[in-house]
Design a protein around this ligand. Structure first.
Ligand code: DQA
Length: 146
């Protein structure tokens, strides 16, 4: 059976391409999802892509991943900085998780510099633009091959 990655994009990432392009670039969410699908295919991994502006829906998607996914790649958007509930969901399903941020959150406002996920993530990729999602897939593929 082919292993699958759950790709989660959180709030406002549906606006990629038009949202603050000087910070997030011009790629759309559809571009990100196809980039991740292509990168995963190189490692014979499938992708389930979910985007939601709602914390509970993200938690439900993470719980569902326990049934049929081997790993998670997540950009939780602003929930990164606020959501203990998403952190607990990731701890709860115990799947290796890559945390991705398109922008360099460490070079931005102070409130973006704390993540509720980073200390439980398998890796954290920050400030590489949408290419960070590709790096995340590559890292997850290495971890799954161990
Ligand atoms: C983000 C950074 C967050 O601080 C912000 O709230 C986002 C996007 C990023 O990808 O750089 O929505 O996660």
């Amino acid at each position: 059976m082919t292993a699958r990655i759950l790709l989660v994009n959180g709030p406002n990432l549906n606006l990629l391409g038009t949202r603050e392009p000087e910070i997030y670039g011009s790629a759309t969410l559809a571009d990100v999802e196809s980039l991740v699908t292509r990168a995963a295919r190189d490692f014979s991994l499938e992708v389930r892509a979910v985007q939601s502006n709602h914390e509970g829906e993200i938690i439900d998607a993470i719980h569902a991943a326990r049934e049929d996914c081997a790993a998670i790649v997540i950009n939780p958007g602003a929930f990164t900085h606020t959501s203990i509930a998403i952190r607990d969901a990731i701890s709860g399903v115990a799947l290796p998780t890559a945390e991705v941020h398109i922008s360099n959150v460490h070079a931005r406002e102070a409130f973006r510099q704390h993540s509720y996920l980073s200390d439980i993530a398998a890796c954290v990729i920050v400030g590489c633009g949408v290419q960070g999602y590709e790096f995340a897939v590559r890292r997850i593929a290495s971890l799954l091959a161990e």
